[in-house]
Design a protein around this ligand. Sequence first.
Ligand code: B12
Ligand code: SF4
Length: 520
Amino acid sequence: MADIVLISPRFEVSYWGLEYVLPLVGKRANMPVACLPLLAALAPPGHSVTLIDENVEDIDYDRCARADIVGVTGMVVQRRRMREILAELKRRGVFLVVGGPWATVKEDDFQGLADVVFVGEAEQTWPRFLAAWERGAHRARYEQAEKTDMATLPTPRFDLLKMRHYAFGSLQFSRGCPFQCEFCDIIVTFGRKPRIKTTAQVLAELEALRAQGIRQAFIVDDNLIGNKRAIKDLLRDLIAWQERNGYPMTFFTEASLDLAGEPELMRLMDQANIPSVFVGIESPNEESLRETRKYQNVRAGGTLVEKVHRIQEAGIEVWCGMILGFDHDDATVFDAQLRFIAEARIINVMLGMLSAIPKTPLHDRLAAEGRLDPADEPEFGTNVIPLGLDRAELRAGYVRVLSALNDTTAYFDRMDDLYLKARLDFSRAANRHWRRHPWRLVRAKGRFLIRALALLALLARRVPEPALRREYLRRVWRLMKARPDPDVLWIYVVKCAMHYHAHTMARRMRTGLAPVVNSF
Ligand code: B12
Ligand code: SF4
């Protein structure tokens, strides 16, 4: 039986990482990576597992050196730190295994650093490796032949994480996405056939999160609506759970834009209390969308703006991912992106320059065309050599659009367009439920109010720039007069915090204080 330590290394700064604001508000990381508690649950009984998230605690290398097996996970924004940790532990003679999104697409990055590498999903290979390791008969590389049957997954061991340090919890309903975007490594790793958990599994996971005091969680599915029929059934069960328990949880998730053509699905998501969804819109340039095979975004059903508005009208805020530097993009794309985002009233935008992730069809195509920069840290921020723009122009345009999106006035104007003018009406079912149960109403609204005011007080005290502090307070005050509802207030204050992160990230890149970050 093994003493196992699993490590998630420190992240580099990224849009979603919220690194600039979390320390101001007393949190250490956005959310735990889902694989750590899952791998712990998958280790057969008898093994002891310790989880270390370097984003919330330092690594005790002496402790790790005493373990039988140390496993390291990580995505692209952890790759350098993964290698540093592995090198340090290797020096101490530790038996090392590595897996996760980056090892899956670039296993040669870990050559000579890990004893065993896991490629792709590991629900079968991880326990198989542990059994072989006990017999001294393990292999150096594991790659699962078949995709994991999601209905067999155990409840993740959230109890092994220090949940109080995270801003949100995470849980997973399904894996896989039916679409075929050229740049996407998700379908390379998880396939195009969506697989989903059973209701019993999901409810057990929810209870396990609730037991850790989590009230807001990210559903980490690649595309929540990959299998529409199955997710509708699951959402109905989730709604019943929310109703039974007084709507204790709020969720956010990721889905494709065809959601806009699914009124029933949007209604169910609203009722299940999923008031925001991240959508890969990528570009207002239709030719670029076709080029990248994002056909679901150009299908009939209205313009991109109309589709986004339709989702908003169903009570769901849209966050989005946008990409610059497709082959069909020229210098007009920068302003086109800004116009689209303003018109669509999208507040939070993850903007990136097109990057070619190893193993994707895009990577293969560009390699064949001789258009890949092989450097680990490409000078212009992306390994793609663009066609319609020169590399410096693309990088400058990226920094300009990122700065303009997170310019204080532009950001809060989008916010006011959505929450004050369009009066986004979210969490409707939760509110209806609370109104039927006055005590629950008082408790829920009281909780939102207290949390919003506490977060606002932290921002008002700790944001270093006086002008920004004043602006946040002024905007919040305006909102409270126009829409005096604690839920709206909470969202608005969270948005102030997110603005601080994105605005700081953009400013540091623009002024040369930090390198250009493009973490796709
Ligand atoms: C949910 C999600 C998020 C969430 C939560 C992130 C988090 N901190 O956990 C949010 C929205 C916040 C997010 C942010 C980002 N994300 Co993200 N995210 C995802 C998504 C959709 C699911 C991840 C997940 O939880 N999966 C479920 C778990 C169980 O799967 P898993 O981690 O792959 O683990 C399995 C196997 O890999 C294996 N395994 C994993 N580790 C190990 C280790 C060992 C030792 C072993 C044996 C096995 C093993 O076992 C597990 C079970 O099978 C993936 C896409 C995907 N499907 O991978 C992208 C993805 C991981 N994200 C990605 C990126 C780039 C980012 C950002 C940098 C984007 C940005 N610019 O801001 C940020 C990073 C921010 C941060 N500091 O957290 C990329 C990574 C690319 C890569 N190949 O490295 C992915 C693949 C998506 C993509 N192509 O764009 N993300
Ligand atoms: S919709 Fe998203 S997850 Fe699906 S293939 Fe396209 S980029 Fe990948």
